[in-house]
Design a protein around this ligand. Sequence first.
Ligand code: SF4
Length: 365
Amino acid sequence: MMDSKMPPLIIPIFLPAIGCPERCLFCNQKASTEAILSPSSVRNFIEAALARIPDDHESREKQVAFYGGSFTAIRREDQVLYLKEVQPFLASGLIDSIRISTRPDALDEETLSQLKKYGVKTVEIGVQSMIDEVLSLARRGHCAEDTASATLRLKQRGLEVGHQLMIGLPGDTFDRFLQTLDRVIELNPDFVRIHPTLVLKGAPLEELWKDRRYSPLNLDEAVQWLKKGLLKLENSPISVARIGLQPTLELERNYLAGPYHPAFRQLVDSAILFDMARHLLQNNPNGSHAVFSCHPKEISNLRGQRNENILRLKSLFNLTDIFISGRQELPRGYLGLQTEGKEAGSSFVKRQTVKSASLITLRSW
Ligand code: SF4
C-alpha cells in the first residue's frame, strides 16, 4: 500500500530550458552541459531509476517529474510524446503519478485538459515573485496576474500546485518578498519552494554582477528574510517543500556569488530557534546557566552550525553553561527553559509566536 504521509519519491527527468521562450536573467540552464533526454529514451531512464529504488522505499508514491524547463511551452505533440512514455508505468502501477514544472503563462485550458488526460498530478510553476517590476527586471516575460490565473485554474481542475519562489532578485526587497508571500498565501498552492538568487556562470545575471550593477543578498540577509517567510508560511495551510537550492555538483561548478549553503533550511530553523531561546532568556533572567528542553530532533538546530547559537547566547546573556535536554513528549516547535525561584518550573515558547511573545508557564509538560 502507498504511504501517503511520506513525500513522493521523485524520478527526475531533467529537460534543461526546454520550451523556454526567452532566457530569464538568473537562469543558466541553456549553458547546462546536460543533454536533453529524448522521448524515446524516457522508458529506459525510468526502468533504470526504478531498479535503483531501495526496498524500504517501495511503499512511497513514485512520481516521474519533467523538470528543468517550461514543459507546457513545448509543442503540444512533443508534450504528448514525453507523457505517453510514462503511460505503461502508470498502467502497471510501477509509477503512481507525473509532475511537471512550467511557466504560469503556458497553461491554457487545452494544455490543462491534456495534462489531466495523461495522468499529470502535480504542476510546479515558476512564480519567483508576485511583484511585476521584479518579474520584468528578471526578464520573466509574464506578470503576477498570470500566476494568479494559472493557480486558480489548476486548482479548479483538481491538480496539485506548487509555487517556486526566489528572493533577492534585482528590484526585490524584504517588503516585496513579504507582499509576494501574502499574495501566495491568498492563492493557497499546495506547496512552495523558495530559494535565494545566486549568480551562476553563463546566466545573464553574471554580466550585471561583474559590472557591479547587481549585488546578491549575503547569507545572513537571506536567512533573516527566509526566517520571517517560513514562519508566515507555517501559519498557513501551505507546505514548504524546500528552502534553498538542492546542492548538486553542477550547481557547485557554476556557482559564482550569492547566499549559497548546502543546508540552507537548517540555517533558517537554527535562526528561529535562536530567537526563541533569546526570547525565553530575556523574559526569565536565570543566573549563570540555562537548561533548555526541546524535541530531540531539534537539538542540533538549537545548537546551530558549529554550536554558533550556544556561543552567541552565552555571550549575550553572560552565561557560563547552557544545557539542552531532549524530550520526546515535547511537540516539535516548542522550546522550554527551566526557571528557578518562586516560579520554579518551565517556561515555553512556541515557534510561531516567538515575535508576539506569548509565553506559557507550565510546571510540567
Ligand atoms: S523559464 Fe525557467 S528554465 Fe526557462 S529560462 Fe526561465 S528560469 Fe530558465
